[in-house]
Design a protein around this ligand. Structure first.
Ligand SMILES: Nc1ncnc2c1ncn2[C@@H]1O[C@H](COP(=O)(O)OP(=O)(O)OP(=O)(O)O)[C@@H](O)[C@H]1O
Ligand SMILES: Cc1cn([C@H]2C[C@H](O)[C@@H](CO)O2)c(=O)[nH]c1=O
Ligand SMILES: [Zn+2]
Length: 187
């Protein structure tokens, strides 16, 4: 059972492949904090404009307001000094500095909830996620459903041959697939 500590901040990480429900889960937690009348702010990287520039939106169209920022510097500038709960979606797109940023916020007493891909399309750790996972008090690793065989999916398979790590997209570019189907693709 999750018993929130009192008068102290902490970091929660929600990770997993694409389509695993990370944004949905972030939205659920943010809505509950809003119901509790806590002062909430949600950020997202500006490059992720898949569904809406000023909201975080899940693949099944749940949404909450989200402030688009180009980088960590802009997030710091736009941070409400009285904020109690900070949500950050698609955190894999921020640089390593975001790990210390989350730590600072938690040390000041904020609840920090971040969501992002732990692995890129090659199955390699993505940006700041490994360090965030180590530093966080609470880590939820979600799985999607493999579109090829129906097993739990822990990989995001890229449909194109584009070799860049960062390539924004949805079902046009990616599929959730399981460990076995991912391996078959590599053989
Ligand atoms: N292969 C799949 N497995 C599970 N859910 C899927 C799949 N394809 C589409 N969905 C839908 O996606 C929803 C989850 O969307 P959500 O935006 O929360 O995922 P996400 O992990 O944040 O993805 P992304 O990393 O692409 O932002 C599910 O509730 C379901 O409706
Ligand atoms: C798997 C993967 C996803 N992405 C993008 C696609 C989506 O816009 C976002 C995941 O929600 O990350 C990458 O940029 N690189 C990757 O390797
Ligand atoms: Zn599979």
């Amino acid at each position: 059972m999750f018993i929130p500590p009192k008068d102290i901040g902490w970091v929660e990480v929600i990770c997993g492949p694409m389509f695993s429900g990370k944004t949905e889960e972030l939205i659920r937690r943010i809505r509950r904090a809003s119901f509790a009348k806590q002062r909430v702010q949600v950020f997202k990287p500006k490059i992720d404009d898949r569904y809406d520039a000023n909201a975080i939106v899940s693949h099944n169209q749940e949404r909450v307001e989200g402030i688009p920022v180009s980088d960590l510097k802009e997030m710091r500038q736009k941070l409400d000094p009285h904020v109690e709960v900070v949500g950050i979606d698609e955190i894999q797109f921020f640089d390593q500095g975001v790990v210390d940023f989350c730590d600072e916020l938690a040390n000041k007493g904020c609840r920090v909830i971040v969501a992002g891909l732990d692995l890129d399309y090659l199955g390699e750790p993505f940006g700041p996620l490994p360090r965030l996972i180590c530093q966080a008090e609470y880590v939820s690793k979600l799985l999607a459903i493999c579109v090829r065989c129906g097993n739990p999916a822990h990989h995001s398979y890229r449909l194109s041959t584009d070799p860049q790590q960062v390539l924004v997209g949805s079902t046009d570019q990616y599929e959730a697939i399981c460990r076995r189907c991912f391996k078959v693709g590599q053989d």
